[in-house]
Write a protein that binds this ligand. Structure first.
Ligand code: SF4
Length: 79
């Protein structure tokens, strides 16, 4: 299932210099968001990414990370 909020959500970052081309992340992604290009993993379908993290967890080279933002919103003070 494609992520409906993909425009507002970052995609995994792949450090190409660490990638050995094992293809484990491509095979692990249930959304088919990743593919190999010139023996390096690339997020080829960013809108399909659900940010589940299968790729990050399976990579033996720790080449994949998922950046995130911390958003603050004003809240009610509790008394
Ligand atoms: S699992 Fe890691 S090392 Fe293997 S292809 Fe993907 S990014 Fe490259």
């Amino acid at each position: 299932m494609a992520n409906p909020d993909a425009d507002e959500q970052p995609i995994p970052v792949i450090a190409s210099e660490r990638c050995t081309g094992c293809k484990l992340c491509v095979e692990a992604c249930p959304e088919g968001a990743l593919a190999m290009q010139q023996m390096i993993a690339v997020v080829v379908h960013p809108l399909a990414c659900t940010y589940a993290g299968y790729c990050e967890r399976i990579c033996p080279q720790q080449a994949i990370s998922r950046p995130f933002q911390i958003l603050w919103s004003p809240g009610k003070e509790q008394s």
